[in-house]
Design a protein around this ligand. Structure first.
Ligand code: CAA
Ligand code: NAI
Length: 655
């Protein structure tokens, strides 16, 4: 029998109220209604002295039901339920396991006490959905913890651990054992000793450090770069400090409703759900993934080492194969460096660090790959080299092992065709640094077997990546769009813009850096080599900009050589270089182009237009079936500002 949305069991004068809405106990209408009834019933029942509030299924509450946003409101509202809890005269102890997020934390704030399991995470992530808390979070939290800490949680959106929550006074107890039992004990104690005043009746807790608070606000304003919800979060906390609780509560709700109805929030909600649904692939539906215990990585360079580290961090065994002893040693060093870094950040315990090292083998011969379930090739980006190594892989690997290429641009169908069983060949296109970047493109080759594709998806899940399926084409989804807007940026250089203007326009739009900064960071030699390869087949009538080649020819290869599009010799963040300006102007003159000025809006219009054109082409060619997939790739792989929803969302949402 299905569990009721809200159930109450009373024992020894303490009611246990359990909320159930799998998978994450989101606060939908049934839960809100049931909880409101429970509060009223417990207040009215003289036999009940207090209550424990918990979530079914091992987690408290993940927040409001985001699917209900955009639908007509249904009573009772969450703010009303939180107010009922806050005003209750009997103790309510939130027993927090798993997550207490958004409206879930607001419900916990409505309770008189909070007890958390050590692994619990508590937060107000609303800003990441383009909104601010809408059920009193910005009013209640700064009445429980110092306003600077509250602002950090509300405007930053990052959940905190139970221990940090206890340190800032957000939870009363962190208990390693049975959280429900501990909550019950606290409810009984509070029933004897009495409960603290409702948060709505308390004064705000001023910032612990006023200077730090001001600096925090300045930093949030600076990094928001056009996103409205972090700024609204600052305003809400400021109102909480300035106004009485009732007025601040009303103002919060108004701000929440207006943000909820904004394009930014619609964009962020769409991204939230797209990231969770985009990996669905009809051809893999129902297929059982093959075994995935040991991964082979061919080539231990930048990508191979990162991929190997990502697999080790996910608890998989890894065998790397390199060309010679020296490169093998270097590859091992790179991987161990990443593991050490992860351990240093507390992401890996010393024992797990040791276990990961023990699970790594590095060799200069293919023999260890015979043991592997899936082999990822990450050697040089050259069709002949790739074909040669796939022929070797074909010979040494188990027939049921999956062969994947990490190629950025090459035709994997052509690579697969050179093997005896193309049905076991796919693309797994990671992004650099592979152990950090969330995005993985799964390249669906013409003959890939359904269970091979299902295994690719399973690996993505195991590595906690967002896996986006894409068909075979030059650059797949992300690099193909990137190549197109990169080319457009080059056209703009010849037409009258400078790299620093284009980069500034992209940063103002919300990208973390512009295309030329990014190229300098990655190294200009990669693109140069590709252009040289393409030179023989390039259509002579196609517009070709030679500025980047001129820059590379004199050894300016980006940051690593001190100069590229920018000069890094004086300032490591890079300064515009008059030599580059002269070169660009000379190239325009050589081609007889009259340079015109561009403003940021015109620059972004041209960049967005080509992104959208290329996205539309990808859809019409069937490389991907969904505009959402394109947006998820651009956001997670190329720094497209999340709150703008992606180029395809913008195409549909803007006039
Ligand atoms: N509403 C509706 N559905 C939700 C949801 C929510 N708040 N949170 C998660 N889900 C759904 C997901 O879409 C997913 O559905 P499918 O299985 O159909 O794809 C399912 O729950 C499981 O989610 P995940 O795949 O993300 O599972 P996870 O274990 O990796 O993460 C989580 C769980 C940490 C709760 C994560 O889902 C999460 O961060 N959720 C959003 C939390 C949030 O933003 N809460 C604030 C909501 S806004 C609010 O509360 C405003 C207010 O004050 C009124
Ligand atoms: P890299 O030059 O850093 O590493 C390539 C490694 O492969 C070298 O260490 C080399 O010794 C090794 N190698 C070459 N031939 C080999 C062979 N026959 N057997 C064993 N090892 C061999 O190159 P990088 O950047 O790691 O790229 C590798 C692949 O990943 C390329 O196809 C590239 O297009 C792709 N890629 C690169 C990204 C990047 O940002 N660098 C991003 C995504 C994909």
């Amino acid at each position: 029998m299905a569990q009721a949305a809200v159930s109450i069991e009373t024992e020894g004068g303490i009611a246990t109220v359990t909320l159930s809405n799998p998978p994450v106990n989101a606060l939908n209408q049934a839960i809100r209604e049931g909880l409101a009834e429970a509060v009223a019933r417990i207040e009215a029942d003289p036999a009940i002295r207090g209550a424990v509030l918990c979530g079914a299924g091992g987690s408290f509450i993940a927040g409001a039901d985001i699917r209900e946003f955009g639908q007509p409101p249904q009573d009772p509202s969450l703010p009303d339920v939180v107010r009922m809890l806050d005003a209750a005269t009997k103790p309510w102890v939130a027993a927090i396991e798993g997550v207490a997020l958004g409206g879930g934390l607001e419900v916990a704030l409505g309770c008189s006490h909070r007890v958390a399991a050590p692994g619990a995470r508590l937060g107000l992530p609303e800003v990441s959905l383009g909104i601010i808390p809408g059920a009193g979070g910005t009013v209640l939290l700064p009445r429980l913890i110092a306003a600077d800490k509250a602002l950090g949680m509300i405007a930053g959106g990052k959940p905190v651990s139970a221990r940090d929550a206890a340190e800032m006074g957000l939870v009363d107890r962190v208990v390693p054992g049975d959280v429900h039992e501990a909550a019950r004990a606290l409810a009984l104690e509070a029933a004897e000793a009495g409960i603290p005043a409702p948060l709505m009746k308390r004064a705000v807790c001023p910032p612990a450090n006023v200077e730090a608070y001001e600096a925090q606000k300045a930093s949030i304003r600076k990094t928001a770069r056009g996103q409205i919800s972090p700024i609204a979060a600052i305003e809400a906390v400021e109102r909480s400090l300035a106004l009485d609780a009732e007025a601040a509560f009303r103002a919060e709700r108004e701000a929440f409703v207006s943000l909820r109805d904004s394009t930014q929030s619609a964009a962020l909600r769409r991204v939230f759900f797209a990231e969770r649904s985009v990996s669905q692939l009809d051809t893999a539906q129902g297929a059982t993934p093959r075994r995935l215990d040991r991964i082979g990585v061919l080539g231990g360079g930048t990508m191979g080492a990162g991929i190997a580290a990502a697999c080790l961090l996910a608890g998989l065994g890894v065998a790397i194969v390199e060309r010679d002893d020296q490169r093998a040693a270097l590859a091992r060093c790179r991987v161990l460096g990443i593991l050490d870094d992860s351990a240093g950040r507390g992401l890996l315990s010393p024992e797990a660090r040791q276990a990961a090292e023990a699970a790594l083998t590095v060799a200069t011969h293919f023999a260890p790959l015979a043991e592997c379930d899936l082999i990822i090739e990450a050697v040089f980006e050259d069709m002949d080299v790739k074909k040669a190594v796939f022929a070797e892989l074909d010979a040494v690997t188990r027939p049921d092992a999956i062969l994947a290429s990490n190629t950025s641009y090459l035709d994997i169908d052509e690579i697969a065709a050179g093997t005896t069983d193309p049905s076991r060949v796919i693309g797994l296109h990671f992004f650099s640094p592979a152990h950090v970047m969330k995005l993985l493109e799964l390249i669906v080759t013409r003959e890939a077997a359904p269970d091979v594709l299902a295994t690719g998806l399973a690996l993505g899940k195991r590595l906690r990546k967002i896996t986006v399926p894409a068909g075979v084409c030059d650059g797949f989804i992300g690099n193909r769009i990137m190549a197109r807007y990169r080319r457009e940026a080059d056209y703009m250089l010849e037409d009258g813009a400078l790299p620093e203007q284009i980069d500034a326009a992209m940063r103002d739009f919300g990208f973390p850096m512009g295309v030329f900064q990014m190229a300098d960071l990655a190294g200009l030699d990669i693109g140069w080599a590709m252009r040289k390869r393409q030179a023989t087949t390039r259509d002579p009538s196609e517009r070709h900009v030679e500025i980047a080649d001129r820059i590379c020819e004199i050894g300016r290869l980006g940051r690593k050589t001190g100069r590229g599009w920018y000069d890094y010799t004086q300032d490591k963040s890079g300064r515009p270089d008059p030599w580059v300006t002269e070169l660009i102007e000379a190239e325009s003159a050589r081609k007889g182009i009259t340079r015109q000025s561009f403003d940021a809006g015109q620059i972004m219009h041209r960049i967005l237009t080509v992104m959208q054109e290329e996205g539309t082409a990808l859809l019409s060619e069937g490389i991907t079936a969904s505009p959402e997939a394109i947006d998820v790739v651009m956001i997670n792989g190329f720094g497209f500002p999340r709150w703008r929803g992606g180029p395809m969302f913008m195409m549909d949402s803007e006039p």
